[in-house]
Write a protein that binds this ligand. Structure first.
Ligand SMILES: *[C@@H]1O[C@H](CO)[C@@H](O)[C@H](O)[C@H]1NC(C)=O
Ligand SMILES: *[C@@H]1O[C@H](CO)[C@@H](O)[C@H](O)[C@H]1NC(C)=O
Ligand SMILES: *[C@@H]1O[C@H](CO)[C@@H](O)[C@H](O)[C@H]1NC(C)=O
Ligand SMILES: *[C@@H]1O[C@H](CO)[C@@H](O)[C@H](O)[C@H]1NC(C)=O
Ligand SMILES: *[C@@H]1O[C@H](CO)[C@@H](O)[C@H](O)[C@H]1NC(C)=O
Ligand SMILES: *[C@@H]1O[C@H](CO)[C@@H](O)[C@H](O)[C@H]1NC(C)=O
Ligand SMILES: *[C@@H]1O[C@H](CO)[C@@H](O)[C@H](O)[C@H]1NC(C)=O
Ligand SMILES: *[C@@H]1O[C@H](CO)[C@@H](O)[C@H](O)[C@H]1NC(C)=O
Ligand SMILES: *[C@@H]1O[C@H](CO)[C@@H](O)[C@H](O)[C@H]1NC(C)=O
Length: 395
């Protein structure tokens, strides 16, 4: 992303001044000089300030590097003017950043790079407002040791890092985005996270979180995207979710949530994505066609005690693929939900009709019967011929 360059001046003469030769040498030693004769400052991966008489680097992306690239403390030290540094697909060995660089960085990204990091290593980036670490293992006692001292943090991604421990109990009030998905975080979701009034994005999916969803989740009034999927959360969907006016994306799939699906969800005007599948919800789905058609994604399958009211939902084409059964007059599923991959014995009492999976299965069964018939017919003919030949030889 193009870094903001507050110092870059409107006069073009200034931005044509040369890059600080010390920084040029540092880039050279890191194998990062563009092969063409262009100034490194005009490369898309490098941004410079508009300083005079020499320009300095403010942003650098090191990507797709070869194994022979090695970070040196001297080179990094002369690059301490950087406020933004990103490694993408660079599985080289990390080294300790000089404190001048570590303290100057406002944005740091490490995506499938630097082999292995520690919480202590990351915690030295005290002035970052944006931290992105993904697809690299981070050895730490928990996220707190990494984030605790980052006083300006606004956006954090620590995803696919095999990070262990529990969620922090203290958060910086200005956080707008928290993605700690696909780690090994355990324990419950702390109530303190619901104090984050500016948070618009929270992704805790793919961990081992248990306990219930905090009842005060509705306090996070800016929340737009919420994913708590693939954990071990239990209990009901809190009523306060109704107080999240901006919510567009709600993914609670693959947990052990129970209770009924709350009516208020259908009144959430901005909702576009709703995934409640693979839980223990029961009762009648409180939605009609109008609501379901408005959503881009709607999933409620694999909730064995959940069913839908056929007179309220009959005509929706999406319903056929919901993976739940219609209700009987007591609000219970009339039959086991259509199993997705069951190959045989699909003689369920489901009269919902139009289930394309079942149609395909029946067609499939029909085809194999035809094949069997042809095979039997052919072998009878062969047998008859052999029999006739034998008969003619005998006589
Ligand atoms: C890095 O490699 C990926 C995939 O091979 C490619 O799409 C991308 O453009 C490369 N980036 C740079 C800066 O060379
Ligand atoms: C963070 O930035 C402030 C002000 O820019 C600076 O005084 C401080 O030394 C920096 N912190 C670190 C750890 O370098
Ligand atoms: C996380 O751990 C698993 C199993 O130990 C391993 O296969 C995987 O590569 C690790 N992920 C990272 C990003 O190191
Ligand atoms: C949060 O942001 C506001 C305004 O952007 C700022 O005044 C305040 O100091 C910040 N708080 C913290 C704890 O960084
Ligand atoms: C949450 O993270 C998972 C895995 O990293 C990703 O697949 C999913 O799209 C994210 N969801 C949201 C709402 O950001
Ligand atoms: C938030 O949710 C919307 C609607 O599903 C989606 O289009 C968008 O990509 C999500 N944003 C992020 C950062 O995951
Ligand atoms: C939901 O599960 C909790 C335990 O996880 C249980 O105490 C509660 O009775 C269940 N509620 C319903 C309505 O099944
Ligand atoms: C669907 O439900 C909404 C809200 O509950 C209601 O306003 C709307 O009239 C219903 N639409 C139909 C076709 O029943
Ligand atoms: C199903 O929907 C119809 C029409 O919307 C309604 O009259 C009926 O009471 C509903 N049945 C149940 C069990 O909720």
């Amino acid at each position: 992303s193009p870094a903001p360059s507050p110092k870059s001046s409107p006069e073009p003469s200034i931005s044509s001044s040369p890059l600080d030769p010390t920084q040029l040498r540092a880039l050279q030693s890191l194998n990062l000089l563009p092969t063409s004769s262009r100034s490194p400052c005009s490369s898309p991966e490098i941004h410079c300030d508009g300083g005079a008489p020499l320009r300095h680097l403010i942003s650098l992306t090191i990507s797709n590097c070869s194994d022979d690239v090695a970070l040196s403390a001297a080179a990094l030290k002369s690059l301490s003017t950087l406020t933004s540094l990103a490694f993408v697909n660079c599985p080289i060995s990390p080294i300790r950043f000089p404190s001048s660089l570590a303290g100057n960085l406002r944005a740091f990204a490490c995506i499938r790079s630097l082999r292995k990091l520690t919480g202590v290593w990351l915690s030295r980036l005290q002035n970052v407002s944006e931290l992105t670490v993904s697809g690299v293992s981070v050895v730490a006692s928990g996220p707190s040791i990494i984030l605790g001292g980052m006083k300006s943090l606004q956006s954090v991604t620590l995803s696919q890092c095999n990070l262990t421990g529990i969620l922090p109990r203290r958060w910086h009030p200005n956080l707008t985005s928290v993605d700690l998905s696909e780690n090994r975080l355990a324990g419950s979701i702390p109530v303190s996270i619901t104090n984050l009034e500016n948070l618009d994005h929270l992704n805790l999916s793919g961990n081992s979180l248990n306990g219930t969803i905090p009842a005060s989740i509705g306090d996070m009034g800016s929340l737009r995207n919420l994913s708590l999927s693939s954990n071990s959360l239990s209990g009901a969907i809190p009523d306060s979710v109704a107080a999240l006016p901006e919510l567009t994306h709600l993914d609670l799939s693959s947990n052990r949530l129970n209770g009924t699906i709350p009516n208020f969800l259908r009144n959430m005007k901005k909702l576009k994505y709703l995934n409640l599948e693979s839980n223990d919800f029961h009762g009648i789905l409180p939605f009609n066609d109008t609501f379901i058609k408005r959503l881009d994604v709607f999933k409620v399958g694999e909730n064995s005690n959940l069913c839908y009211n056929r007179s309220a939902l009959g005509s929706s084409s999406k319903v056929v693929k919901l993976g739940i059964s219609p209700c009987n007059k007591h609000g219970l599923p009339i039959s086991p939900p259509p199993a997705k991959d069951s190959s045989s014995s699909s003689d369920s009492a489901d009269d919902g009709g139009g289930n394309s999976d079942q149609d395909k299965q029946q067609q499939h069964g029909g085809t194999s019967k035809v094949v069997l018939g042809v095979a039997i017919g052919l072998s009878s003919v062969v047998f008859l011929i052999v029999f006739l030949v034998c008969l003619s030889k005998c006589c």
